[in-house]
Write a protein that binds this ligand. Structure first.
Ligand SMILES: [Zn+2]
Length: 265
């Protein structure tokens, strides 16, 4: 998930004055021509961004090879696909401060909005936490234990939409994927599906999905599995990607079918 705080006025002020130093224009894909935008939302871990760098601060290390492989698979079946990472919007692909990162996230959200307006299918790929004990019940609507003091979140592969902001087409796309072979193939690799999410979507608050979900091309956040479990099963980030290639191929084919059905390709 993406947890970033921001001060809108501060961002607008600084982005107006310092944009050339903070943002770069080297990510310049034409969103009008694009079929699929692949995002990860997270930053690469530095000393000012533990809260945005995903699970244990290492999510990007473990998900990036799967993201690259997914782009390749999309391209192979004729979809025009591109990856957008936060640091792709920074000069030299590196972010040097929290303030700069906040401005870049603001710009990133604008690109997501433009992509959604251009009917691009937006796929956000993540790795989940395996088990977390939390005292706040609101964070875990369906805990797996009945202990009154704390609640255990049991993660795994699952499909997520922002809870109340998505187009009809996004809901349709999400169901196409939910009832495709995607989760079965993930499971056949030994990866755990989040308990009770085999046949339903997870609805929760998510900034990227609240923007991307408006697209007629559909959008979804996919947790490919719990990071620690994937690490136990496949050891390296590259080997995780190799072992998830069949399910990722199903996602690509589902995108192609959805776009064809809506005359978007
Ligand atoms: Zn994540």
């Amino acid at each position: 998930m993406r947890f970033h705080t921001f001060n809108f006025f501060c961002k607008v002020f600084f982005s107006a004055i310092f944009s050339p130093l903070i943002l770069s224009n080297h990510w310049n894909h034409s969103l009008e021509d694009l079929d699929v935008l692949i995002i990860s939302d997270h930053t690469i871990l530095q000393n000012f961004n533990l809260d945005t760098s995903g699970f244990d601060g290492i999510e990007r290390t473990f998900v990036d090879p799967s993201i690259k492989l997914f782009e390749k698979i999309c391209t192979e079946i004729g979809l025009d696909a591109a990856i957008l990472n936060i640091e792709d919007l920074a000069p030299n692909h590196s972010i040097y401060s929290r303030q700069q990162q906040d401005i870049i996230y603001n710009h990133y959200d604008k690109i997501l909005l433009e992509a959604a307006e251009n009917d691009v299918t937006i796929i956000s790929l993540h790795l989940d936490a395996e088990k977390i004990e939390i005292n706040d019940f609101s964070q875990i609507p369906y805990p797996t234990n009945e202990d009154q003091e704390s609640f255990i979140y049991e993660g795994g592969a699952q499909l997520i939409l922002e809870q109340d902001k998505f187009s009809n087409e996004t809901l349709e796309f999400a169901h196409r994927l939910l009832f495709s072979r995607f989760l079965d193939l993930i499971e056949s690799q030994g990866v755990t599906i989040r308990p009770t999410y085999q046949t339903r979507l997870r609805l929760q608050q998510n900034i990227s999905m609240s923007i991307a979900g408006q697209s007629k091309g559909g959008a979804i956040l996919i947790e490919l599995g719990a990071l620690d479990e994937l690490k136990r099963l496949f050891v390296t980030p590259e080997n995780i990607a190799v072992n998830l290639s069949d399910p990722l191929r199903v996602v690509a084919n589902t995108i192609a079918a959805h776009r064809k059905a809506h005359w978007l390709k």
